[in-house]
Ligand binder design. Structure first.
Ligand code: NI
Length: 221
């Protein structure tokens, strides 16, 4: 399941991050890629000191977002990376490392890209994800995010003009399996809609019980 979340960042949080982007120092993006992804990664990344400051506005926004929480069931996050693609830069097809962080490993179940620039300010730079139905390309508004399974091959197409800035990150989910996560998300969405329409009926209770017990069966806290 691939999910787009509009307005993940508040205008204030987006403005704060964009101010920091202007002042930040950048390093070669290859420093944080796995050995084969490194061969196709051509971008820059904000240096560790500044990007540490910007972790919380992004991670707090994700943790607060009801759709993200329901779809991802996040258990832990890797530190967010802030990437910058100048004209001519790209990130060729790759799969994200399955386990990240040497001393404190996190399994990447879900990847996300949070767009930080208005789409009209650069040409190219689409995030392209391979799915069984073909390729899907994403270029969202500043402050919007695309959330997708880390199991996919994906790439960032070359930026033909302008600069593309984005925050990228990974979550380990309570539920490792993407199909199980999707079933839980559908069930959760339905049970909430039923509650909004009819309140806490016997049918809602039954559905809430099925949701809770499937989550109990599948979760790895
Ligand atoms: Ni990637």
């Amino acid at each position: 399941m691939i999910l787009c979340i509009a307005d993940l960042l508040s205008p204030e949080a987006l403005a704060e991050i964009r101010r920091a982007l202007d002042a930040a120092a950048y390093v070669d993006g290859r420093e944080t890629a796995g050995w084969h992804a490194r061969l196709v990664k051509r971008n820059r990344q904000m240096d560790a000191r500044m990007s540490a400051v910007l972790q919380s506005p992004v991670l707090d926004a994700l943790r607060r977002n009801e759709v993200f929480r329901a779809a991802v069931l996040p258990r832990r996050f890797r530190p967010v990376l802030f990437s910058r693609y100048e004209t001519g830069m790209a990130y060729g097809a790759h799969v994200d490392d399955a386990v990240m962080g040497g001393d404190d490993p996190v399994r990447s179940d879900v990847s996300f890209t949070l767009f930080l620039c208005p789409p009209e300010s650069y040409a190219g730079g689409e995030l392209v994800i391979e799915t069984t139905a073909g390729e899907q390309a994403f270029k969202l508004d500043a402050g919007a995010a695309v959330v997708y399974p880390s199991t996919t091959l994906h790439r960032v197409d070359p930026v033909r003009s302008g600069v593309r800035e984005a925050a990228v990150g990974w979550a380990q989910s309570l539920v490792r399996n993407a199909e199980q996560r999707e079933l839980l998300f559908e069930l959760d969405t339905t049970r909430r809609a039923l509650f909004r329409q009819q309140g806490k009926t016997a049918e809602f209770d039954r559905l809430a019980k099925v949701y809770a017990n499937l989550l109990r069966m599948w979760a790895e806290p």
